[in-house]
Structure formats: structure tokens, C-alpha cells
Write a protein that binds this ligand. Sequence first.
Ligand code: SF4
Length: 183
Amino acid sequence: MEKIKLGISTCLLGEPVRYDGGHKLDRFLKDTLGQYVEYVPVCPEVECGLGTPRESMHLEGETGALRLVTSRTKMDLTDRMLSWSNKRVRELEAEELCGFIFKSNSPSSGMERVRVLDPKGVPHKTGVGIFAGVFMHHFPLIPVEDEGRLHDVSLRENFIERLFAFQRWRQTLTPGRKTVRLE
Ligand code: SF4
């Protein structure tokens, strides 16, 4: 049976790609949902060449013109991340993803309510991670969630239903392909 393909932030699968060399393994995503789907891991910060470990970073600036900046040395990585993200989403077209699970609160991977520092250094939960923003703009119909929201059972069920609905919609565009069942 053909498995549903999902993009996922690499650290959620337990890979040590975080800025501090750690990970954010999510057991439900890896061990339970992972039995039924095929993951396509994406770590924007490592894949754009920043390496591990690396300096931590955050978003700052105004909505619509957010900058990705390293926390200690204030290096502006926005253009580098944007350029890589635009290239990566074009590559991901070939994967035919039916969804993406993002790491919450990340300045690169967070899909909503990411911390942004305003010009006075005051944090606001109003940002979207740079890669996540490019992904959602490029694939506006693909269901997305973050691992934090998926701890809520009703949100989780809703997301899984949306994955299957999206897979079926893809299949109507590609006659002759098989479906997968979660039972
Ligand atoms: S949150 Fe995103 S950029 Fe940060 S380690 Fe995880 S996958 Fe990489």
C-alpha cells in the first residue's frame, strides 16, 4: 500500500539537528503516526548550511518584514534562509506531500505564533518561521500543523482527516493510484 507522504521538521524525529545539538523527539509522531505515513524530514537551519551546533536565532522587526537574526552576534540570516527556502519548496513539489508537521515556536519552522522581538526588544507571539511561511505560501492547500497542536486529540483527528481528504483529492488528479487505510 502506498503511504501518505508528510513533510516534518527533522528534530521531531529525534535527529540531533537543533542549535544546541539536541532534538525534539515526539514519540507519537515517530512511533505511532510514523507507522502509517512516510516522512520527508526538513531542517531549514542545517540544510541551508548553518551546521550543528550553531548560534541560536530569533525573529525581529515588523510583520511582513521579519528578519531572522542570530541572538548574540546579530548576524542577519534572512536572505540566506529565504533563498534556500524558495529553492527547497520547488524541490518538494516532486514529493507530492499530503501535509507538513512543523516544529512549534521555531524562527525557521514555526507555522504561527512564533516569538518576534520588536524594535524595543519586547517579545510578541505574532511571527511565522521563515521556511514555514515560504512553504505555506507555495503550497496553500496542503494541510499543516505543528507538534504542539497535535497533542490535542480533536486537532489531531481533524488533521488526519484533512490528510486523507487531500490525498484523495490528489488521486482524483492522478487516475490509477492506490489509497492507504489507517485500520
Ligand atoms: S525547529 Fe526546524 S530549524 Fe530548528 S532544528 Fe527543528 S527542523 Fe531544524
